[in-house]
Design a protein around this ligand. Structure first.
Ligand code: NAD
Ligand code: K
Ligand code: MN
Length: 365
């Protein structure tokens, strides 16, 4: 039986609540399918670690993750440590250290959820946002001069490389090609950003020639926000820069009902390093430690993790269990207008998984 090595990094805030919930669900799935097992290792990196050691994770932390099959991540962000330190010291260190250059964010309207776009049928809102995850606005290039003085200058350079844009475009076109509608929208801002984004557009045109069966169009990022609200069915796969896709995907999650249900994978498509799966939300300081966190975004991230491992039957089983949970309003957490707790939703989904366990072959015969 295959045993997958999974690193769990809950991080901060509600990450400490949803990652253990995700781990329970993965354990329930392994027990249910009996086709594979998990070997989890937990890492206590994050704000508390920073208070003790002055860093979010150890200097050689990536070495402890390198041999894992996947990483389940919660959130980096602590009320008492500046956000740029928590983000760059943990999540971005892993994403960039393992060259997880494709950040993939599916959005669908799940059954039973009172979404702002509830006029859409599930077929009319089925998006995957592909976020460039290694450079662009979050490349870290820039600086401050004359700090604190009236003449201070500060820059964050959106640095894009041809190789970096080509690989994310190719990933997005290939993903669009695998989806039924074979439709890709390339998000841009090349009217205002006249260097990097113009190269981005040129590369989109170049890569499109490798995928003649994919229909594609271009949309300016501001117009794209309106299109997501007004003409959602015209979108399917969407590719955008690091910053643009970060913003579009929070909008997508909110339109589909809540930030608490949205998943993401930080993928190294070449599989040189482990990929990392996490809910798109952050530490949610306003609700942390209260058992109010919606764990569905983490469960859906576990679906993506299972797909990445090639365990497609288990991924499907988990997605069906998630949809049965969201269809039941008694199992909605507060962000969805309900009163259920993280623990109640987690227990309910584990029970669902146990109930849908495949009977052993002998019993079925
Ligand atoms: P957030 O996602 O933490 O919270 C935004 C709002 O959504 C809050 O009202 C919160 O209660 C709600 N929310 C989020 N997830 C929820 C869930 N699972 N269930 C119910 N409600 C949920 O974003 P923020 O407030 O901008 O950021 C808080 C901290 O998290 C900051 O330090 C930020 O840097 C960090 N952050 C980290 C990541 C990451 O690690 N990937 C992502 C986003 C934000
Ligand atoms: K997160
Ligand atoms: Mn974000």
């Amino acid at each position: 039986m295959k045993t997958y090595k999974i690193a769990c990094i809950p991080g901060d805030g509600i990450g400490k609540e949803v990652v253990p919930a995700g781990q329970k669900v993965l354990e329930a799935l392994a027990a249910s399918t009996k086709a594979f097992a998990f070997e989890f290792e937990n890492f206590d990196w994050g704000g508390d670690y920073h208070r003790q050691h002055g860093v979010m994770m150890p200097e050689n932390g990536l070495d402890a993750l390198r041999n894992k099959d996947a990483i389940l991540f919660g959130s980096a962000g602590d009320p008492h440590i500046p956000d740029h330190i928590t983000l760059w010291g943990l999540r971005l260190k892993i994403c960039q250290g393992f060259d997880q250059y494709a950040n993939v964010r599916p959005t669908r309207i799940l059954p039973g959820i009172d979404a702002p776009l509830k006029r859409c049928t599930p077929a009319q809102l089925d998006w995957v946002i592909v976020r460039e995850n290694s450079e662009g606005e979050y490349s870290g290039v820039g600086g401050r001069a004359h700090q604190g003085h009236p003449i201070e200058v500060a820059t964050d350079v959106s640095m894009m490389t041809r190789a970096g844009v080509e690989r994310i475009m190719r990933y997005a076109f290939r993903l669009a090609q695998l989806r039924p509608r074979k439709l890709l929208t390339v998000v841009t801002k090349s009217n205002a950003q006249r260097h990097a984004m113009v190269m981005w557009d040129e590369i989109a045109l170049q890569i499109s020639k490798e995928f003649p069966d994919v229909s594609w169009d271009k949309e300016l990022v501001d117009a794209c926000t309106a299109r997501m609200v007004n003409r959602p069915a015209t979108l399917d796969t969407i590719v955008a820069t690091n910053l643009h896709a970060d913003i579009l995907s929070d909008l997508a999650a909110a339109l589909a009902g809540s930030l608490g249900i949205a998943p993401t994978g930080n993928i190294d498509p070449e599989r040189r390093y482990p990929s990392m799966f996490e809910p798109i939300h952050g530490s949610a300081f306003d609700i942390m430690g209260k058992g109010l966190a919606n764990p569905v975004g983490t469960f859906w991230s576990c679906v993506m993790l299972l797909e990445h491992l090639g365990e497609n039957a288990a991924a499907q089983q988990l997605m069906q269990a998630i949809e049965q949970i969201t269809a039941n309003a008694a199992l909605h957490t507060r962000d969805l207008g309900g009163t259920a707790t993280t623990a109640q939703v987690t227990q309910a989904i584990c029970e669902r998984i146990a109930a849908t366990a495949q009977p052993p072959l002998a019993a079925a015969a």
